[in-house]
Design a protein around this ligand. Structure first.
Ligand code: RIB
Length: 309
């Protein structure tokens, strides 16, 4: 990695409307829930917050609407140690919205209204070229237009900025984009979408990782829920287990893992230590409700890790 240690995150910002239900409604069914809350979320913003709170020097490229939510979320992100200068306000657009049901087992289903996130065009990405070029790493997800993700990856690749993609939500991707990535972090569903390999066992994860290495990606980390992750570097793979905690809500667990992982790598932590650090951050997040309200600060992650010794 370059020695600047700087991170750029490019991605979405949403207001999450969260409702807890005993079970998810089936088509035609109405279920009365409890604990309705509105909290800041969006995969990009969650990962930016995880990086900012865990100690990275980070700038965030994103779009909000010209509404009250947009201005409030920008203030919140700035207080999370994030350089918000590259966040654009889009006229006559609403800030993105996510409608989220959480069931009794802590699982969630999510519907998205992209709103201003859809206005993050390749032209806006080009305007932030210098930030991407100066950074050591660029972290992205797939709640932003694909052509903009590709444009950012091209700029980063050209300037030796490492490109890390968390390919969520699941989507087929071009070989052109995959070849520009240094690291990819799919979950089991996303790995299957990208490789055609159904991931249920460690052997399946190794197979899926092999396909992704074949596309030109050096590091593949497949997240396996409570089983931890499959970490594969240039074809040599192993499972790194996570920490056992009582999950109340898994919203943003993957986002927290990604933001903390990249932060640790930018501090030159060895890969397995970085994965352990990210596991700790995600473990804390699942014990709390909501997306950004659940993301831990550095001190909490360090204390959690110390308690595991
Ligand atoms: O990954 C969790 C996030 O997905 C939520 O915060 C929601 O906004 C959706 O983007």
């Amino acid at each position: 990695m370059k020695s600047t240690g700087k991170l750029v995150v490019l991605g979405s910002i949403n207001a999450d409307h969260i409702l807890n239900l005993e079970h998810f409604p089936t088509p035609g069914e109405t279920v009365t829930g409890q604990g309705y809350q509105v909290a800041f979320g969006g995969k990009g913003a969650n990962q930016a917050v995880a990086a900012g709170r865990s100690g990275a020097e980070i700038a965030f490229i994103a779009c909000v609407g010209d509404d009250d939510t947009g201005s409030r979320v920008c203030k919140q992100l700035a207080s999370d140690n994030i350089d918000t200068a590259p966040i654009r306000t889009i006229n006559d657009e609403a800030t993105g919205v996510a409608l989220i049901f959480v069931n009794g087992a802590g699982e969630n289903v999510i519907g998205i209204h992209a709103g201003a996130n859809a206005a993050l065009t390749p032209e806006l990405v080009e305007a932030e070229q210098q930030k991407i070029a100066e950074a050591s790493a660029l972290l992205m997800q797939l709640e932003s237009p694909l052509e903009s993700v590709l444009a950012a990856a091209k700029i980063a690749h050209q300037h030796q900025t490492k490109v890390i993609l968390n390919p969520a939500p699941a989507c087929e991707l071009s070989d052109e984009l995959l070849a520009l990535l240094d690291m990819i972090t799919p979950n089991e569903t996303e790995a299957e979408k990208l490789t055609g390999v159904r991931v249920e066992t460690d052997e399946d994860a190794a197979k899926a990782a092999h396909v992704l290495h074949g596309k030109g990606i050096d590091t593949v980390i497949i997240t396996l829920g409570s089983r931890g992750v499959w970490l594969s570097e240039k074809g040599s793979g192993k499972r790194v287990p996570g920490f056992k905690v009582k999950a109340v809500d898994t919203i943003a667990a993957g986002d927290t893992f990604n933001g903390a992982l990249v932060t640790a790598l930018l501090e030159d932590k060895p890969m397995e230590d970085a994965v352990r650090f990210a596991h700790a951050a995600a473990a804390i997040a699942v014990t709390r409700k909501g997306a950004q309200p659940s993301v831990p600060w550095r001190k909490e992650i360090d204390e959690f890790l110390q308690q595991q010794r």
